[in-house]
Ligand binder design. Structure first.
Ligand code: ADP
Ligand code: MG
Ligand code: MG
Length: 541
């Protein structure tokens, strides 16, 4: 992460008094002109607001802040004021969400495409290979996923030279910040409604953001489609997670709670412990997950199979037979906020747990096929000419998607590898990893490519090359650990998408709020959790 240049330390812990009567008219985004006293006041108000509303993460310097809620909390890294973003591009990005949702679903059904696209990668990348093994096992047993739930986030940057909105990547697993991005938007609207006149900005130009509502709604509706009032939604999380409040905002959503109650009331189960939101650590799942309620239930089910099938229907019988249980609690939806990185699988038991969950009748968010569709290699394959046509019919939709694809290449193209060696600053080299901090930039691109060429092995298949996108710089006021500082920054806009389908019925397919992340322009990487970027929202221009 980057050192903080000249931070203003709010050592006084006092809110400076500012003159609120100065009125600016047309919006001006040269935030660096704002004087120290005003920024101190805004920062103070932002810190109070964040503390009171839960815009928080675990504090790195407190050891148990990633495991014990309520211990060692610090405000999330923030941009003090929203970053200007063109309304046209924001709408364009939002319109793409349902199309990407549908694309993920279609591609996930094409096992041949997935395996062919990843066949070379499989040999070079152990992690992708393990995921593909699970996928193959599901094909062997002819596993049908009737109910499909996607909580995605597609990320974009606005290329300055071409003024085009280009996709950075599409996240299909563990898309984070639906909870906190919601709050940052509220914080910015609050700041602008109090200080907007002095800054020259109007809070109404910060679009409302209901990401957390949409995510909770999608989980609740998935639960409802599964149609087992006794079953719970299970969150699979990492053992240590400093971004835990973002996850708790979803699991504690009033909407999810009210929704449960409504369903339980209707079914007459009031007062019972049915739709429970369980948070577990991935490495302890396997020992506690039992696919069938217990041995006796299995015997009874099998002994009277025909009878049961007649009584409850074939489908329900299958669901019962493959019921996922956790400590005796039936699970209807597994929501992964872990499992996207090799670090989450320190032993074979985590892989077995992942397989068990995949084999069960629970709805997986994401299923193994949705997970694989989100890999960088698949992104690159989809960008090849003629490939989108394999999955989508609507020509307009195809054109819209293609418009946002940046240059993406496989390393088996010697011309592009040569070009990247000559001008590495125009490329980003990406392995099949998630979570930030894994990409290769600048001179390291050249060095890595030369090394791979020399070795002459299959290892190059672990990477893709991508055109480097250069967004325009904006003047930002960034805030970490209670200190603000001015710097030039670039931003990345993420659009959340929610998708739920049960057989032929598409229950939801929506654009579901946004996440703006801003980082100092000298930083290559972008993750907030990884320490590179701050949470932000947009000011429509
Ligand atoms: P991850 O799945 O780890 O988030 P990303 O593809 O999103 O991987 O890359 C991480 C970060 O690297 C992004 O948030 C962005 O800041 C930067 N980045 C990725 N691709 C590009 C690109 N083509 N041009 C410029 N920056 C990029
Ligand atoms: Mg990602
Ligand atoms: Mg990313």
């Amino acid at each position: 992460s980057s050192p903080l240049p000249n931070p203003t330390i709010m050592s006084q812990h006092q809110r400076p008094i500012t003159n609120n009567n100065v009125v600016q008219h047309s919006p001006i985004f040269d935030y660096h002109r704002l004087d120290q006293q005003l920024l101190d006041t805004v920062a103070y108000d932002a810190l109070v607001w964040s503390s009171l509303h839960g815009l928080l993460v675990g504090d790195k310097s407190v050891q148990s802040s990633g495991t014990v809620p309520g211990v060692g909390l610090v405000h999330a890294p923030l941009a003090l004021l929203p970053t200007p973003f063109s309304e046209t591009h924001w709408r364009r990005a939002s319109d793409l969400a349902p199309i990407f949702n549908e694309l993920v679903d279609r591609v996930s059904l094409d096992a041949t495409f997935i395996h062919e696209s990843l066949s070379r990668t499989k040999r070079a990348d152990e992690f992708t290979s393990r995921l593909l093994d699970i996928h193959s096992k599901m094909l062997e047993i002819n596993k049908k996923e009737e109910i499909r739930l996607g909580l995605h986030r597609s990320d974009y940057m606005l290329d300055e030279k071409t003024k085009s909105l280009l996709q950075i990547e599409l996240n299909t697993i563990s898309s984070s910040f639906a909870g906190l991005s919601n709050l940052v938007t509220e914080l910015h609207r609050y700041i602008l409604s109090h200080h907007g006149k002095r800054v020259g900005l109007d809070s109404e130009r910060v679009p409302t953001n209901n990401a957390v509502y949409h995510f909770a709604d999608a989980l609740a509706k998935a639960w409802s489609e599964y149609n087992n009032p006794r079953a719970a939604i299970m969150f699979v999380v990492q053992a240590e997670e400093r971004n835990m409040y973002d996850q708790h905002f979803i699991s504690a959503s009033r909407l999810l709670y009210l929704y449960n109650c409504a369903i339980c009331d209707i079914k007459g189960y009031r007062g019972l412990f049915y739709l429970k939101k369980t948070i577990v650590v991935l490495n302890s799942v396997h020992t506690r997950v039992v696919i069938i309620l217990n041995f006796i239930t299995r015997i009874i089910l099998q002994l009277y199979e025909k009878h049961w099938q007649k009584l409850i229907g074939k489908e329900k019988f299958y669901q019962m037979e493959h019921l996922l249980c956790m400590d005796g609690q039936a699970i209807s939806v597994v929501y992964f906020r872990a499992g996207y990185t090799p670090v989450d699988y320190p032993s074979e038991s985590e892989w077995r747990a992942r397989l068990l969950m995949e084999q069960s009748s629970a709805i997986k968010c994401p299923s193994i096929s949705y997970h694989l569709v989100g890999t960088k290699k698949i992104q690159q394959e989809l960008a090849k000419p003629g490939v989108l046509e394999r999955f989508l019919e609507d020509k307009d939709d195809i054109a819209k998607l293609r418009n946002c694809f940046a240059g993406l290449w496989s390393l088996d193209d010697p011309n592009i590898v040569q070009k990247a060696i000559e001008t590495p600053e125009l490329f980003v080299m990406k392995p099949q990893r998630e979570g930030g901090g894994n990409n290769i930039y600048g001179d390291d691109v050249r060095e890595t490519l030369l090394k791979l060429q020399k070795a002459g092995s299959q290892e190059d298949a672990a990477y893709i090359l991508m055109q480097r996108i250069f967004p325009s710089l904006s003047e930002a006021i960034l805030m970490r650990n209670g200190c603000w500082y001015k710097d030039y920054a670039i931003s990345e806009l993420g659009i959340f998408g929610t998708y739920l389908r049960n057989k032929d019925k598409v229950v939801m397919n929506n654009q579901s709020g946004y996440l703006m992340r801003t980082k100092i322009s000298s930083s290559d990487e972008g993750g907030v959790a990884a320490g590179f970027a701050v949470l932000d929202s947009i000011y429509l221009t």
